[in-house]
Ligand binder design. Sequence first.
Ligand code: UDX
Length: 452
Amino acid sequence: MAMKKQGGGDKRRRVVLVPYPFQGHITPMLQLGSILQSRGFSVTVSHPQYNSPPPSAHPELEFHSLYDGLAGYDMSFHNLLAAIYAMNENCRASLDEYLVQLMEKEEEEEKPVIIYDNIMFFVDAVATHLKIPTIVLRPFSAIYLHSLLSVLQQSDAIFPFQDDSILEPLPDLHPLRFKDLPFPTINNDVLEPVVEFSVRSNDIRSSVACIWNSLEELEHSALSKLQQRYKVPFFPIGPFHKRASDSSTSLLEEDTSCLEWLDRQAPGSVLYISIGSLVNISEKDLVETAWGLANSEQPFLWVVRPGSVNGCDQLPEDFERVIGDRGRIVKWAPQRSVLSHRAVGGFMSHCGWNSTLESISEGVPMICTPVISDQPVNARYISQVWKVGLELEKAERGVVETTIRKLMVGSEGRELRKRVVDLKLKLESCMQKGGSSYQALDELVEFISSLP
Ligand code: UDX
């Protein structure tokens, strides 16, 4: 346990967590908080006001709100980079003030340790000024960061590329293709602001270590290449959700009624569909997905998040009549409970890293429908390297229908299911005593406790 003796009593060392305030990042940070608290640390989550996490679901953690100046700011996807820079600027004074007060109040011999999401890069300046040690949390996959840095390194040779090279392999990045580039492009060229942001947010500066929601067994090669580059200790202690408390980390209200509907379905029969919390799809993709699902004749649970469709998010007029009780549509699901439900036999996913880990951890094979950023990279590894999912070649109803049948009732689906269950068992053993993730967590606890 991470305790030190002080005046005869046990005193817990304080860890201050600074999350990036979006669902896919808040979730792993809260889970990390829960893990560290259970290993003997006092944990404060120091978060921007925007998308405040729900404190009542986490009585074991303390919460502190940072002034972010984002009230009234355009937080839509197209303005995200500007919002990130504004947040990094605006939260600085507030974090500085909080840490000074914390150190005065606690009269600790030891300073707190800060763990921050790499996108909250302002933390480095505050911590350096106050001489507080920091560790970076990487909530994305290592394969994504490795591919991003490799592409940027060879950008002069890669950009701009020809339209017809979209299916060609990216140099030195097997099995990725130009199609899977880990950032947006315009006219097949890289955007300067994206390059600047990528460099800035992935520079760990004075941080003394990196924590990964991953495992050696899943991403050994990328982790070791990145470790050579960053030259600080790495702690791949994932998957976090399997160690953390079961408390909800959702910012949106979960529709738990779908669990009762799942209870009435046959084992392994239901396809679950979600594109996570951030990305959108087009109106056309919504309609094609709907008819693909209907024509596949397989039971399904579909999350259609409000605002997730560019354009009209109305489902086709007679869709609900055609599917009857065979399909269930919700605005937001308790995803971890859904994936661990015995009725769920497949996940059509955008391949966000949390969703990927959650699906593998429950032995659920996937249909990959990536949109941007890390998702195409994760999708490629799911289908080509770990071989636990199928790529959706085209968002057309006929292709959706046949891919769903392949996964849910075809022989290929049976093979994928077998492999994902094998992978799940392998990850479970890594989390047990003697396993790599178990050992990395022990080492992390020791490492944090020994920081000056
Ligand atoms: C974002 C990025 O888009 C993703 O690519 C990156 O890896 C992390 O940040 P997001 O798109 O939301 O995250 O995807 P993901 O990482 O899968 O996280 C979504 C989380 O929301 C998961 O933990 C999932 O369990 C949860 N979720 C999703 C629900 O609880 N209910 C839902 O209905 C949908």
